[in-house]
Write a protein that binds this ligand. Structure first.
Ligand code: M6R
Length: 591
C-alpha cells in the first residue's frame, strides 16, 4: 500500500506529467493523498494534496520540478488521510525529504529518542526524515543505512538530501522497490509497471539492501554499509495500458476481458502443462493447504473443494492473516499453495515465509511473475490475467479458480493413472465467457441499490461463490452484505430479514435446487426480496439472474462473472467510482 516513485532526468526539468503519469500507474496502491518533492533554488520543496493524483496535478505548475523528484500516493495506516499526513515529509531543517511505503513499528520510541523535534504529522513515516537529519555520519548513504538499522517493520524508502541534489537514496525491507537506468534517466518505483516504455532491464532490491543512484552512478550496499554487486533483470512486458479501451471503468473492462484471460490460460498450460507436478512429487502429497486473503482466499476455498472432490486428498484453505498466527505444524508431505493476484500481500508473504522456513513445499498462484511471492515459492503458476487495475479483483479471481481447477485435475490424472482432458472444461468456460452475456443484471442492480442489506446464500461451491459475491458487492457499492450457507439461514441469519433485505440464492446444482428453493421460501415468507442466480428455470415469482449451464464445476466462474457485474452496476447506480472504492487499495502490503 502506498506507491512511491522517483525520477532523475537527463533534461534540466522533469515535466510534471511525466512524474504524475508514473505515479498514476501506482494509484492502485492507495489514493488518500498524493505529493511530490523536488529541489528548487537550492532548497527541498514539497507539494501535496489530500485525495487523488488528479487533484495534485491541478495544483502543480509545469515548470517547477527539478532534475530529481520523488512522489507518493498514500493509503493511510497511521494518521488520518489529510494534508498534514501526506508524503513527502521534510526534516525539521529541510535537509531531507522522504517518501515511504510500509509501517515503522517502533516509530513512537524513535520519536521519543529524538527529543524536542516538532513533528508536522501523526504518521509513522515522518520520524525517518528527522532521524536522517540528526545522523552524524558524513555520507548520506551511510546515514540512511544507520537510520534503517534502527527501524522495526517494513519499508520501501526513497529519499532526497539537500547536499546531494542529483541523487536518490533508496532502502528496502519487506516492501518492494525497483530501479531502472533508462535512456532518459533513472526511475525508481514500487512496481515495475512504471518502467514500461522506458527501458528493458531493471534492478530489484532485496531486504536490507540500499542504493544511491544518480545519472552517472548506481551503487548498492548491504546493511553493514559494504558495496555489493547486483545483476539487472530483464523487464517482462506487462502490456500495461492506462487506457480503458472505451469502457467507462477498469472494473468493467476487466470483467469483459475474462474470456480472453481464460484463452491465455489455455494457451499457456497446453504448451507448458504442470511439469513440476510429476508422479514423484504428486504421490508424496498427503494434504493440500491453500492460503490467501480476500478474493484470493475465496478462490482458495473453491480450490480446496476441487482438490477434495477430484483428488480425494484432504484440503483446507486458510486466511493468511490467521494462518500465520496459528502455529500449525508444517508438514513435509503437505502441498502449500499461496494465492495472490499481486504477489505482494503482506500476510500471504508472511505465511509463505513461515512455511518456507520450515521446509514445506510452496507453490505460488499469482498474476505478477516478478512479485516477491513468485520469487519466494518453489513452484510458481502464472494465472495469466494481465494487469488488473480496478481495486475489486475480477478477472484475476476467475483466473485463480481456473488454474486451481486444472492443477487439481492434473493431480487427479496422475493419482488415477489416467489422462484427464481438463482443458476441454476450460475451453467450454472460455466459449461461454466470450459470448459476453450479462443479461437482466441491470434490473437486479437497480433493485439491490435500494435495499439496506443483501445476503448471498448457497450450498457447497455455491456458498463459496456467495462469499466472493458478497465481498464484491460491499466493496464497490458500500451496501451491507454477507454470505451464509443456505442451511444456516434459520440458525440466526433470518433474524436480519425484512422488506429492506434482498437475498440472492446461488443454485447451480440440480440436486440441491429444491433445498435452496425451500430456503428462498423462508425468506419470501418474511418479506425479503429473493433473487435466484441459477442456470435452471425457476418459477416466475422470483427474479432470476440466469447463468449459462456448463458441464463442469467451472460454472462457479460464470456465477462470479454475473455477480461481479451486478456489483459493478450497483456501484454505478449509487454514483460510486467502482475502480477506487473508499478506504481500500489494490495491493495490501501492510499486515
Ligand atoms: O493481491 P492479492 O490477491 O493477494 O490481494 C488479496 C486481497 O486484498 C484482494 O483479493 C481483495 O480482497 C480484493 N480487493 C477483492 O476484490
Amino acid at each position: 500500500m502506498c506507491g512511491i516513485v522517483g525520477v532523475i532526468s537527463k533534461d534540466k526539468i522533469i515535466k510534471k506529467n511525466v512524474l504524475l503519469d508514473l505515479l498514476k500507474r501506482l494509484e492502485y496502491r492507495g489514493y488518500d493523498s498524493a505529493g511530490i518533492g523536488f529541489m528548487s533554488l537550492g532548497k527541498l520543496r514539497v507539494i501535496k494534496q489530500k485525495g487523488s493524483i488528479d487533484k495534485l496535478r491541478s495544483i502543480v505548475k509545469n515548470d517547477c520540478l527539478g532534475v530529481t523528484c520523488i512522489a507518493h500516493t498514500r493509503w493511510a495506516t497511521h494518521g488520518k488521510p489529510n494534508l498534514h499526513n501526506a508524503h513527502p515529509f521534510l526534516s525539521e531543517s529541510k535537509t531531507w525529504a522522504i517518501v515511504h511505503n510500509g509501517i515503522i513499528e517502533n516509530y513512537l520510541d524513535l520519536k521519543k529518542e529524538l527529543g524536542n523535534i516538532k513533528f508536522s504529522s501523526s504518521t509513522d513515516s515522518e520520524v525517518i526524515a528527522q532521524l536522517l537529519e540528526k545522523d552524524s555520519d558524513k555520507k548520506d548513504i551511510n546515514k540512511l543505512i544507520r537510520v534503517c538499522n534502527k527501524l522495526k517493520g517494513s519499508f520501501a524508502l526513497l529519499c532526497m538530501s539537500v547536499t546531494n541534489p542529483n541523487s536518490l537514496f533508496i532502502a528496502k525491507r519487506k516492501s518492494p522497490i525497483y530501479v531502472m537506468k533508462g535512456k532518459d534517466g533513472i526511475i525508481v518505483a514500487s512496481d515495475t509497471i512504471c518502467f514500461e516504455g522506458f527501458g528493458k532491464s531493471y534492478y530489484s532490491l532485496e531486504d536490507d539492501e540500499f542504493c544511491e543512484v544518480g545519472l552517472e552512478k548506481i551503487e548498492f550496499y548491504n546493511k553493514k554499509g559494504k558495496k555489493i554487486k547486483k545483476e539487472e533483470q530483464k523487464l517482462e512486458s506487462l502490456n500495461y495500458s492506462s487506457s480503458k479501451n472505451g469502457f467507462e471503468h477498469f472494473m468493467l473492462k476487466e470483467i469483459m476481458e475474462e474470456g480472453l484471460v481464460v484463452s491465455n490460460i489455455i494457451k499457456k498450460y497446453s504448451s507448458e502443462p504442470f511439469l513440476s507436478f510429476n508422479e514423484c512429487v504428486v504421490r508424496k502429497i498427503k494434504k493440500v493447504v491453500l492460503i490467501g486473503c480476500g478474493s484470493a482466499y475465496h478462490a482458495g476455498l473453491i480450490g480446496a473443494r476441487f482438490f477434495e472432490k477430484n483428488t480425494l486428498i484432504d484440503a483446507r484453505c486458510y486466511i493468511a492473516s490467521e494462518f500465520r498466527y496459528l502455529n500449525n505444524k508444517i508438514d513435509k508431505d503437505t502441498l502449500y499453495i499461496f494465492i495472490s493476484q499481486s504477489g505482494e500481500t503482506a500476510d500471504t508473504l508472511a505465511s509463505l515465509e513461515l512455511v518456507k522456513n520450515s521446509g514445506g513445499l510452496c507453490v505460488g498462484v499469482t498474476n505478477v511473475m516478478h512479485s516477491t511471492l513468485a520469487k519466494m515459492v518453489d513452484i510458481v503458476l502464472d494465472v495469466c490475467a494481465g494487469v488488473e487495475v480496478a481495486v475489486a479483483s475480477t478477472k484475476a479471481y476467475i483466473a485463480q479458480v481456473v488454474v486451481l481447477y486444472m492443477l487439481s485435475k492434473h493431480i487427479e490424472g496422475i493419482l488415477k493413472s489416467k489422462s484427464i482432458n481438463f482443458l476441454k472444461d476450460v475451453e467450454e468456460l472460455r466459449l461461454t465467457l466470450q459470448k459476453n452475456e450479462i443479461n437482466n443484471v441491470d434490473k437486479v442492480a437497480s433493485l439491490i441499490s435500494k435495499k439496506q442489506s443483501v445476503i448471498f446464500i448457497g450450498r457447497d461451491l455455491d456458498y463459496y461463490s456467495s462469499l466472493e459475491a458478497s465481498l464484491k458487492l460491499k466493496e464497490v457499492s458500500y451496501i451491507s452484505s454477507f454470505a451464509c450457507p443456505s442451511g444456516e439461514l434459520k440458525h440466526g441469519y433470518l433474524a436480519q430479514v425484512d422488506n429492506t433485505t434482498c437475498v440472492v440464492v446461488i443454485a447451480t446444482k440440480i440436486d440441491l435446487l429444491d433445498k435452496n428453493l425451500n430456503n428462498a421460501s423462508e425468506v419470501d415468507a418474511r418479506d425479503g426480496k429473493i433473487i435466484i442466480c441459477s442456470p435452471f428455470k425457476i418459477e416466475d415469482k422470483y427474479t432470476q439472474i440466469k447463468v449459462e449451464n456448463i458441464t463442469s464445476d467451472l460454472i462457479c466462474c460464470l456465477v462470479a462473472r454475473k455477480l461481479q457485474y451486478l456489483a459493478y452496476q450497483t456501484s454505478i447506480i449509487k454514483g460510486i467510482n467502482p475502480d477506487k472504492p473508499r478506504n481500500l487499495a489494490k495491493s495490501v502490503t501492510v499486515e
